[in-house]
Design a protein around this ligand. Structure first.
Ligand code: MCA
Ligand code: AMP
Length: 512
């Protein structure tokens, strides 16, 4: 028989981030947690018992605290439960983008050395070679591997500095590295955001973000869990479905592409947003034009914030004060930010420089990579973000560029070097330069400029096909240009700025 009363961790001092969620859920067991198309799939009470049983299952298949679970699963109620069960069991959760191909996965497997690989049927993780325990997460809770488990595992005791999750990101350069986020990082950021965004007891979150990145997994999910708020749960962003659920929500979070896609819907307007308290945007720059058009159509001023995988949320426009288009607001309480100009000196107000950050939100380092961890921190413990910013006298930050070679497309990061290496390995290619150019839907789109070997006949379509088996779809170039030679400066360095200028109109609104 199943125990309906879940075991609550007895120690109030537990720094496991789940202990915070557990306290909120235990205070409101009758409240809806996951709501799909008007149906309550889990209450907060059921969430406690479901995650306790899933945690017991993790232990029963031999996954011990501190070991890692590598997870490539579609967004579903079972995926959310699996994440929370890992927290409860002290297992380090490592989510992967569902778009990753087998070759990309092989690297994560060897680097993370997981004890468990969780996969949705049909995704590369379901078939990639793996010697450990593999679990199939089909989506519905009835089919979850813990569906028949009766034992419930109480939340394990975790120190604030214990790893809770590892999120792969290419950081400022190069190959993907695992950013190790601790229970303390997750707790402090969730609490700060709840206060900064004035989370209310009657809030309802519309959740349409993927849950393999910090935005959907931590920022959105944790705000709801910390306050035992219902979540209108969408398995992916679909503008029509969002419009249907919007009148029942009070908070919406998205990347800028979500907002431009909502604005493209003729029926989207103030009436559908009548109960919304706040729209929050992040992960990529929100264009002033989107900010203004949104205000005109809905009467709502989008609240833009800034963050990154390694530091969770760093700055936020104010909930009560003026939200300024093109700015990401001042540092969140407890977080320090500074702008450093060339030569390592503090930038004057309004002067651009590299943004550096420090605080309880800052990750513990890159997984098994102390050299890169040291390289990306200053001697006094600030993390060097690779974002170029200005800060005014009032502390308001604007992100004005990037010193890292990074493209952000629809909120997903694409590292040009990774794409260039894949292209350069193809027959007939001398070298390639991958750049980001403006795109009306994705904000930036990936363009590859490729120089061919003398006499080689390169076909963009064949190149796209060759890349399809190696790279996730969002990383593949949306346009390929074949040239005889790439532009270089006197030092022989490829001039990406020149290429960006030449190709900046590749995706005008008309041609998109
Ligand atoms: C899908 N495609 C993309 C993208 N998404 N191409 C470029 N960039 C993308 N972001 C590809 C598809 O594979 C497909 O390719 C084609 O574009 C059309 O797909 P479509 O159906 O339009 O895409 P979709 O399924 O609607 O997805 C678009 C999306 C999605 C809803 C904007 O990308 C998304 O949910 N983005 C959110 C990302 C996010 O959560 N980032 C947070 C990172 P083909 O036709 O070739 O198959 S966390 C972070 O950045 C920090 C911490 C922070 O500050 O938040
Ligand atoms: P990720 O590595 O996926 O966590 O992406 C983090 C990067 O996204 C940051 O370093 C910024 O370059 C970018 N980013 C996040 N939020 C914003 C924002 N509001 N405005 C501009 N860039 C942003």
């Amino acid at each position: 028989m199943r125990h309906d009363t879940p075991p609550i961790s007895s120690n109030q001092e537990n720094d496991n981030v789940f202990a915070l969620f557990e306290a909120a859920a235990a205070a409101h067991p009758e409240r809806a947690f996951l709501v799909v198309e008007g149906r309550v799939l889990l209450t907060y009470g059921a969430l406690l018992s479901e995650t306790a049983r899933a945690a017991a299952w993790l232990r029963s298949v031999g996954v011990e605290p501190g070991e890692r679970a590598l997870v490539q699963v579609h967004k579903s109620p079972a995926a959310v439960v699996l994440y929370l069960a890992c927290l409860r069991a002290g297992v380090v959760f490592i989510p992967l983008n569902t778009a990753y191909q087998e070759g990309e996965l092989a690297y994560f497997l060897s680097d993370a050395e997981p004890a468990l690989l969780a996969a949705s049927p049909g995704l590369p993780a379901a078939t990639v070679a793996f010697g450990g325990t593999r679990a199939v997460i089909a989506g519905g809770l009835e089919a979850a591997p813990w569906a028949a488990v009766e034992e419930q595992l109480p939340t394990v005791q975790s120190a604030s500095g214990a790893p809770a999750a590892i999120l792969y990101t290419s950081g400022t350069t190069g190959r993907s590295k695992g950013a190790v986020l601790t229970h303390g990082n997750l707790s402090s950021n969730a609490k700060v955001l709840g206060q900064a965004w004035r989370w209310r007891d009657d809030d309802v979150l519309l959740h349409a973000l993927p849950i393999f990145h910090a935005h959907g997994l931590f920022v959105a999910l944790h705000c709801a869990l910390l306050h035992a708020s219902p979540m209108l749960f969408h398995e992916r962003f679909d503008a029509a479905a969002v419009l249907r659920d919007l009148p029942g929500a009070t908070v919406f979070m998205g990347v800028p592409t979500f907002y431009t896609r909502l604005l493209a819907e003729p029926s989207f307007g103030a009436d559908l947003c009548r109960h919304i308290r706040v729209f929050i945007s992040g992960s990529a720059p929100l264009l002033d034009a989107t900010f203004e058009e949104f205000k005109g159509r809905t009467g709502h001023t989008i609240l833009e914030r800034y963050g990154m995988t390694e530091a969770l949320m760093v700055t936020s426009n104010p909930y009560d004060g003026e939200r300024i288009a093109g700015s990401v607001g001042p540092a969140l309480p407890g977080v320090s930010v500074r702008v450093v100009a060339e030569g390592g000196v503090p930038a004057a107000a309004g002067e651009p420089g590299v943004l550096e950050i420090k605080g309880p939100n800052l990750f513990a380092g890159y997984w098994r990579n102390p050299e890169k961890t040291a390289q990306d921190h200053t001697a006094d413990g600030f993390f060097i973000t690779g974002d170029i910013a200005t800060q005014d006298a009032a502390g308001v930050v604007r992100i004005v560029g990037r010193s890292k070679d990074l493209i952000i497309s629809g909120g997903y990061n694409v590292y040009p070097k990774e794409i260039e290496l894949a292209i350069d390995a193809l027959d007939g290619v001398v070298e390639s330069a991958v750049i980001g150019v403006p795109h009306p839907d994705f904000g930036e789109a990936v363009v590859a400029v490729i120089s061919r070997a003398p006499g080689a006949a390169l076909d963009p379509k064949a190149i796209t096909e060759a890349l399809a088996t190696q790279l996730a779809s969002f990383k593949r170039p949306k346009k390929i240009v074949i040239v005889d030679e790439l532009p270089r400066n006197a030092m022989g360095k490829v001039q990406k700025a020149e290429l960006r200028a030449v190709h900046k109109d590749s995706f005008s609104v008309q041609s998109a």
